[in-house]
Design a protein around this ligand. Structure first.
Ligand SMILES: Nc1ncnc2c1ncn2[C@@H]1O[C@H](COP(=O)(O)OP(=O)(O)OP(=O)(O)O)[C@@H](O)[C@H]1O
Ligand SMILES: [Mg+2]
Length: 241
């Protein structure tokens, strides 16, 4: 069953059509990848789903609710969380403080929020960093903090925007394990990633975008073979007809 469905999402910035007629579907418990070159519209599409931007037109259905015009906090309360490509934690606050802010989406009680935050930090193996200020974290730690903030809201669906960008191969391996662990706990995941091998290894299905449009959709093998995808990534001369 689809937990998220978008119908003909269009997002325009003045004359620029950043997202064009995006039809997209994710089933419960799936891991779905989104690939596409820089500026393809991936983050803008996430921004429409999470309520950070209102689509110019189209419809977004999440867990039976039409969330097209909902605000980010309303969407978060329904169980849809996201990470941001450019991470912006409260730099002068601790890891625990930052994650507790996320946990408050689902509770008004400080004790519950802190408990949930501690549990999440532990789950992501950064418990020993809980009293460190966000500004003093290394890049992989900051990426985990970003993930922890989203996860502490107890989402049913998690949107991950390039959580592995800038990580070393061994750090990427660790992050992949974490993503699979989150998914094994029943959380549906949509993941944007540039590194093809990484996204192919973790996703059940992949959507490819180019200039705001869906150019392919299918299993990783199908998408990797798709002529439109090869053309968009490598150029016409690589397409074998
Ligand atoms: N707030 C905005 N105002 C105007 N134009 C924007 C805005 N946000 C994005 N764009 C433009 O929309 C297009 C899609 O950008 P977007 O950030 O969604 O791409 P992306 O696929 O996430 O790229 P990247 O892989 O570099 O993160 C780009 O041309 C970008 O310059
Ligand atoms: Mg982006």
């Amino acid at each position: 069953m689809a937990i998220l469905k978008t119908e003909k999402i269009i997002k325009k910035f003045g004359g620029l059509v950043a997202v064009k007629n995006m039809d997209f579907e994710v089933n419960e418990k799936e891991i779905v990848g989104i690939i596409g070159a820089n500026g393809a519209g991936k983050t803008t599409f996430f921004n429409c789903i999470s309520g950070n931007l209102e689509p110019t037109s189209g419809r977004i259905i999440f867990d039976g609710h039409n969330i097209t015009k909902y605000k980010p906090y309303q969407i978060a309360k329904l169980g849809l969380a996201r990470t941001f490509q450019v991470v912006k934690p409260f730099a002068n606050k601790t890891v625990l403080y930052n994650v507790t802010v996320g946990a408050f989406v689902k509770t008004q009680h400080k004790k519950d929020a802190i408990e949930k935050a501690e549990e999440t930090i532990n789950f992501l193996n950064i418990y020993e960093k809980k009293n460190v200020l966000a500004k003093n974290l290394t890049l992989p730690e900051r990426k985990r903090l970003e993930l922890a903030r989203a996860l502490a809201t107890r989402p049913k669906l998690l949107l991950l925007d390039e959580v592995m960008a800038g990580l070393r191969p061994d750090e990427i391996k660790d992050m992949l394990k974490i993503i699979e662990k989150i998914n094994n706990h029943g959380v549906t995941i949509v993941i944007i990633e540039h590194i093809m091998q990484v996204i192919m290894s973790v996703s059940k299905r992949i959507y490819a975008m180019n200039f705001g449009e869906k150019i392919a959709c299918g299993t990783p093998e199908e998408v990797a073979k798709n002529k439109n995808v090869i053309k968009a990534y490598l150029g016409d001369e690589y397409v074998i007809s």
